[in-house]
Design a protein around this ligand. Structure first.
Ligand code: CTP
Ligand code: MG
Length: 386
């Protein structure tokens, strides 16, 4: 994309500083945040103003690097800056297209300035402001101190605002102020105010902080670092138990009076155990043997509630919650139809309220379930990042 042939708006990106306080092994704007430099990130916000003439001001010898960084997205003009920020701004102003009426000056060091801040500044200019800067309230308690660090006075914070960039100006106002400057100012608003103009503010943004020192760089790097994708995961679990246990039958979290019991280290509840395996698999936490082996006496004879609530705790510790569970029982008996909803409620309650669907089928007389030797259960589970 190229800017329109006669743009009304220009953005001067000042990137010619040496970055002495950062000490990043080269000019600050060319230090990497990820696989892209501070300058490249700063240009993301700049390029959101589609028809602007963009001028990047860089240290001598960095013109080609800047052109390569920018030209992947859009053509920019690159000029060499001066000894001070003010001189660098003047170098940018010198190459503006004749049609430009409004100029934004932006620190490359504010690499993560959101597009909305650019929009607020441009909007204020279009509504008639001669000079506008983004500012954020000062949150710290501020003191005036002497050279030895002794407090001279408290400063009323309500009167203070921290200035950010992009700072926007009517072109004639900024050019006249730069031409008339008799001192070095740390930002353009100070220069324009010294020339007698009113400077208004719009809301800045916390993420528009200036990368100045090593901790600022760390903060910016962590903000652009890719985060692990927050996607749900599925898991599969099966279990089989044979009839021949002691006492009553426990299955799907319910006691089934009059039905033959299943055998097993615990109560033999194949439905609950299949669900546990599906949940652990979904969360990547191993399987039921990893957490409920026969070396865990507290689970001898335990019912579904103990298995499932312990599993929910394991998941939570690893950053997961249960999305939902679907489980199918293959068995000639017990007959599930009359107690299916009751089983779903019991299992769901043990899982902290996550939905559980239970279905049941016979196997047409085939296999060990068809011969009423035991039951089999098959579960799928979805887990969701906390
Ligand atoms: N800048 C510039 N030309 C200069 C000095 C500064 O274009 N002669 C730019 C910087 O590249 C930066 C912005 O002005 O994007 C704000 O300056 P600052 O954060 O002070 O950057 P540096 O001057 O590079 O850092 P330091 O003061 O630590 O050396
Ligand atoms: Mg500086």
């Amino acid at each position: 994309m190229t800017p329109s042939p006669s743009p009304r708006l220009a953005v001067i990106v000042v990137a010619a500083g040496s970055g002495t306080r950062l000490n990043g092994g080269g000019p600050k704007a060319f230090v990497a945040l990820d696989d892209r430099s501070i300058l490249e990130h700063a240009l993301d916000g700049v390029f959101a103003a589609p028809s602007a003439h963009v001028v990047v001001v860089v240290p001598d010898g960095y013109e080609d690097s800047a052109r390569t960084a920018a030209d992947r997205v859009r053509r920019v003009d690159v000029v060499v800056g001066g000894r001070t920020r003010q001189e660098s701004v003047a170098a940018g102003l010198a190459v503006l297209e004749p049609s430009v009426e409004f100029v934004l000056v932006h620190d490359a060091a504010r690499a993560l300035t959101p597009v909305a801040v650019f929009e607020r500044v441009v909007h204020a200019l279009e509504r008639g402001a001669s000079a506008v800067i983004p500012a954020v309230p000062v949150v710290d308690t501020i003191k005036r101190v002497d050279h030895d660090g002794v407090i001279l006075a408290a400063v009323d914070r309500s009167e203070l605002a921290a200035a950010q960039t992009p700072q926007g100006f009517r072109r004639d106002v900024l050019e006249a102020a730069v031409a008339a400057a008799d001192a070095d100012h740390t930002d353009d608003a100070a220069l324009v105010a010294a020339a007698g103009h009113t400077v208004v503010t719009v809301a800045g943004d916390a993420s528009s902080f200036k990368i100045t020192t090593a901790p600022d760089l760390e903060r910016a790097r962590s903000l652009v670092a890719p985060r692990p994708a927050l996607i749900p995961r599925v898991g599969l679990g099966t279990d089989v138990h044979g009839f021949g246990g002691e006492g009553a039958l426990w299955l799907a979290g319910l006691e089934w009076p009059g039905e033959p019991a299943l055998s097993g280290h615990s109560d033999g509840d194949a439905v609950a155990h299949a669900i546990v395996d599906a949940l652990l698999a979904a969360a990547g936490l191993g399987d039921i043997g990893t957490h409920f082996g026969t070396d865990r006496p507290e689970f001898a004879g335990a019912h579904a509630e103990a298995f499932l609530s312990h599993t929910v705790g394991l998941l939570a510790a690893a950053g997961w919650r249960v999305g939902n569970v679907s489980v199918q029982v293959q068995a000639n008996r017990p007959r599930f139809a009359a107690r299916r909803i009751e089983a779903e409620r019991a299992l769901s309650a043990a899982l902290g309220g996550a939905p559980v669907s239970v279905s049941a089928t016979t196997t047409d007389g085939l296999g060990f379930t068809g011969r009423t030797e035991g039951v089999a259960a098959f579960a799928t589970a979805l887990v969701v990042p906390l």
